[in-house]
Design a protein around this ligand. Structure first.
Ligand code: 6PG
Length: 638
């Protein structure tokens, strides 16, 4: 394959073309050396060339290219080739491909460059006419000229060799992403922005998803993105061992894709699933891929679109050996914590990464619901306007409660549309994709308590039954009662209650992780998990910073002396808030279940002895006695 580096005067064609030829060991032709004398004269006087002036010159260059082809010589030609018709003349009768590299630059950059070069016949007054003549080729590789020539050349080589894997230069894409939804695209741009060549592939669904990867790469011409619609070619273009991240819908699509992908891969290649997959599926896939002699990682990714683009929190789980093959890139991709350490760490074996991401989402559900309940109390029971709630929440931010979710809630409360609050136009029926519910099921399976998180999941389901709720509201006529002026509740107490709810929510979430770690022998590091949640992810917060430290100890969070002191100080306001809210007809699933959990957790003598007696009464299920050794069971004839 030969190359033509084109662009207007000042774009650096000669420099880049020469360097490219050197790097690839090809012959270099500079079109400027072949202008006829009258044309050089005209240009030195600042007179633009006409189509006619250029005709003989283009023919001459075409002959040089044909001659090179005849002698089996590949070349790099640097030529302005401004119009499509000029390029047609240049390509006339060539049989081998001529890859066009278009050097793109802003007018002011070009002008500056032209002014600073000496001894060249081209005057900068000609630049305007060149830009007016330029017809940007649709089939070219477009490269931004602001980078240094060496980097431009590297980029050209990476692109072209990945697109033509049979090329002998051997350079390919370092990382592959399959699935170009919002998250896939953002992650690709994140890595590409750090100079990593990313091969991107998207499936083709006729009439629905066509040339998605190609269009994506075209929209970002200055990024080292190499697009494919053919999976085979995509795989071939990746550096070995291959590192491929799947960003497709969780569930069956992941299995279908792995079926398609594994025969194309070689021993030691690595596939990562970056979706919100169920950890049990990830356990199974790890074994299946291991049997194909491939590494597999389930990578929890949090941070939404913005996080993916600027740096998400990454929770990779699976074989450690697999992680080591990609640690460098994942750590580059991730957000940084306060000390500049990547918010990415090897979580543990099998589906541990996806398990941890699932619990992250469970905590996220309860955090969101807690904020919704606080908003509801303030707005409908304490008479705060949305703006006043935003102000109140802003004050909470600077009193130790800062979090990303609180931050976006403030912004939501300020968002206007057509002179009204946008929030008021949003249907009050929450949706979910499953991770909160999976956390709840996992807690049931592992025998852990997860009250506020489970309550948040159920609250979403109840909210979705809009029609029934409207009917029931009419039937019962229960309306929000005002708590304004009533000494029972004021915003400061609510703030304290919210703080307590958050501590409990995080405590149960981390306890669930601890349970899983024990039962699955995953040896998870809770403090490290909290650390990678301090930035990039949706539940990042000031509290998470503190938990990183508190979780260094084995003590359950709610028994840590610092938390005991804090919870003790918050308890009264917490109870008053829940009591007042319930009395005033405000449903508070997360606030109240967190309080219930806490009161149950701190009760030394529970009424469960009665449950045991009942079980034994009707079913002879036996019970243990406090006045006998605990490894013995008893039954009585009631
Ligand atoms: C994240 C988010 C992300 C997703 C949620 C939404 O950490 O970046 O949690 O994974 O937006 O899963 O989940 P629901 O649709 O279930 O609310």
């Amino acid at each position: 394959m030969s190359y033509m580096v084109m662009g207007v005067s000042g774009s650096g064609k000669s420099t880049v073309g020469k360097l490219l030829a050197q790097r690839l060991g090809l012959h270099f032709i500079d079109a400027d050396d072949h202008h006829l004398a009258p044309s050089v004269e005209k240009m030195s006087q600042g007179i633009p060339l006409t189509d006619e002036d250029r005709q003989a010159w283009l023919q001459k260059l075409n002959h040089l290219l044909l001659e090179a082809e005849r002698t089996n010589q590949e070349v790099v030609l640097a030529c302005s080739a401004l119009k499509e018709q000029y390029r047609q003349v240049l390509r006339q009768n060539l049989t081998l491909p001529l890859k066009i590299i278009y050097l793109h630059g802003e007018e002011r950059v070009l002008r500056h460059r032209m002014r600073s070069r000496q001894g060249h016949f081209m005057k900068d007054v000609l630049l305007a006419s060149q830009l007016a003549t330029l017809e940007i080729p649709a089939d070219a590789l477009r490269v931004d000229i602001t980078h240094p020539p060496e980097q431009i050349v590297e980029q050209i080589i990476q692109f072209t060799t990945a697109m033509h894997p049979s090329s002998t230069t051997g350079t390919t894409a370092s990382f592959g992403i399959i699935g170009l939804g919002v998250m896939g695209k953002s992650l690709a741009l994140n890595l590409a922005g750090k100079g990593i060549t990313v091969g991107v592939y998207n499936r083709t669904v006729p009439g629905v998803e066509e040339k998605v990867a190609e269009r994506f790469a075209e929209e970002h011409p200055q990024q080292p993105l190499v697009p494919f619609s053919d999976m085979d070619r995509f795989v071939q273009a990746l550096e070995k061992p291959r590192r491929i991240l799947l960003m497709v819908k969780a569930g069956k699509p992941v299995d279908l894709l792995l079926e398609q992908l594994h025969p194309l891969l070689e021993e030691g290649d690595l596939v990562m699933d970056g979706g919100n997959s169920h950890y049990l599926d990830t356990n199974r896939r790890t074994i299946e891929m291991h049997n194909h002699r491939l590494h597999f990682l389930g990578v929890g990714i949090s941070g939404g679109e913005e996080g993916a683009l600027k740096g998400p929190s990454l929770m990779p789980g699976g074989e450690r050996e697999g992680y080591q093959k990609v640690a460098d890139l994942l750590e580059k991709l991730a957000a940084r914590d306060q000390r500049g350490v990547p918010c990415c760490t090897y979580i543990g074996p099998q589906g541990a990464g996806h398990f941890v991401k699932m619990v992250h989402n469970g905590i996220e559900y309860a955090e969101m619901q807690a904020l919704a309940e606080a908003y509801q109390l303030l707005r409908f029971h304490l008479n705060f306007s949305p703006a006043a709630i935003a102000e109140e929440f802003t004050a909470w931010q600077s009193s130790g409660l800062n979090s990303y979710l609180l931050e976006i809630t403030i912004a939501i409360l300020q968002k206007q549309e057509d002179g009204g609050l946008l929030l008021d136009k949003i249907l009050d029926a929450a949706e979910q994709k499953g991770t909160g519910g999976w956390s709840t099921t996992a807690a049931l399976d592992l025998g852990a308590s997860l009250d506020p998180i489970a309550a948040a999941v159920m609250a979403r389901y109840l909210s979705a039954q809009k029609e029934q709720r409207v009917q029931a509201a009419a039937l019962y006529g229960i309306l929000p009662e005002q708590l304004v002026g009533v000494p029972l509740l004021h915003a400061q107490q609510l703030r304290q209650a919210y703080e307590a709810v958050r501590l409990i929510n995080h405590a149960v979430g981390f306890e669930l992780i601890r349970q899983a770690s024990r039962q699955y022998l995953w040896h998870l590091n809770l403090s490290e998990i909290a650390r990678i949640w301090t930035n990039g992810c949706i539940i990042r917060s000031e509290l998470m910073e503190e938990l990183t430290e508190l979780l260094q100890e084995e003590t359950p969070l709610l028994q840590h002396p610092r938390v005991v002191e804090r919870m003790s100080g918050l308890l009264l306001a917490f109870k008053e808030t829940v009591a007042a809210g319930l009395k005033a007809n405000a449903a508070q699933p997360v606030f109240s279940s967190a309080l219930n959990y806490f009161l149950g957790y701190t009760t030394a003598q529970s009424p469960a002895n009665l449950i045991q007696a009942q079980r034994d009464f009707f079913g002879a299920h036996t019970f243990r006695r406090v006045d006998q050794p605990l490894d013995q069971s008893f039954h009585v004839e009631w």
